[in-house]
Write a protein of this length. Structure first.
Length: 268
């Protein structure tokens, strides 16, 4: 399975794997019938792997709707992006609009615009599900036409869903492969960057994910999972192949804290 070099992530995501995707893919099986990724985020691993068949999901509806619109209504999304100005006033105006009131293509354009012009590209919502990151003041393009076109083509035959991770992989069978990249577990029982949706990814969710992985293993489905290197995570996945790997967190304000140790966990 060849590495895709044209289609790349078009949004920035906390915990994104753009700097380590190629290395992560090296841990995957050589032959994959259908690739599953239930915590899609920015999609770095998916775009690096470039599988022939994929089922992708995320709990963030606005994100998934944006992927769908880029795939199905690219011209309208681009027209919407072209109408937006990179100013503090425009940013405040767009951020104040309820995305649920917009057409799919306009919603997608607003999502991409806010992601590219907000502070450090950090996607974060409050408990009401409203985007609440301040303006970043970056004077740069917030979309690339060739890049979005490549993304639309790569997503052409992909199944995209806004569902819980358990539901996302319910049809996975022997010969398929699943990559889990959940909001990482941190001290305190939840992830530092887990406000992608109005809810949060708590300790119980990590336990539910570990139980799902064990059930998939019993069904003969191969999977890999990335998470923080903590005693809690190691205990949850005791008995599986656990490897410590280096990663970078470009969204961290302090460059000295961008290199971190995390875990790659597999059931083979």
């Amino acid at each position: 399975m060849k590495i895709q070099t044209e289609a790349r992530p078009f949004v920035k995501w906390a915990g994104g794997k753009q700097g380590s995707a190629v290395e992560i893919v090296r841990h995957f099986p050589k032959e994959i019938r259908t690739y599953y990724e239930p915590f899609l985020g920015g999609g770095s691993v998916f775009f690096s792997l470039a599988p022939s068949a994929a089922v992708l999901a995320d709990a963030n509806r606005w994100l998934i709707d944006t992927y769908r619109a880029v795939r199905d209504q690219l011209e309208d999304v681009v027209a919407g992006l072209d109408s937006l100005r990179n100013t503090r006033e425009e940013f405040a105006r767009i951020r104040a609009i309820d995305p649920e009131t917009l057409s799919p293509s306009t919603r997608a354009a607003h999502f991409i615009y806010l992601n590219k012009t907000c502070f450090r590209g950090l996607y974060r919502v409050n408990r009401n599900g409203r985007f609440n990151v301040p303006y970043g003041g970056y004077q740069r393009r917030y979309y690339d036409l060739e890049g979005l076109t490549a993304v639309a083509e790569r997503l052409r035959d992909v199944d995209l869903g806004c569902v819980d991770f358990e539901q996302a992989v319910r049809h996975a069978k022997r010969g398929d492969f699943i990559y889990f990249d959940p909001p990482y577990y941190k001290l305190g029982g939840y992830s530092d960057f887990n406000r992608y949706t109005p809810g949060q990814f708590r300790e119980a969710d990590h336990e539910r994910l570990a139980a799902l992985c064990r059930a998939l293993d019993r069904r003969g489905v191969k999977w890999a999972l990335s998470n923080s290197d903590t005693p809690f995570v190691r205990e949850l996945f005791q008995g599986f192949d656990v490897t410590q790997v280096k990663a970078r967190r470009e969204i961290n304000l302090k460059s000295a804290h961008r290199s971190v140790e995390e875990l790659m966990i597999k059931n083979d």
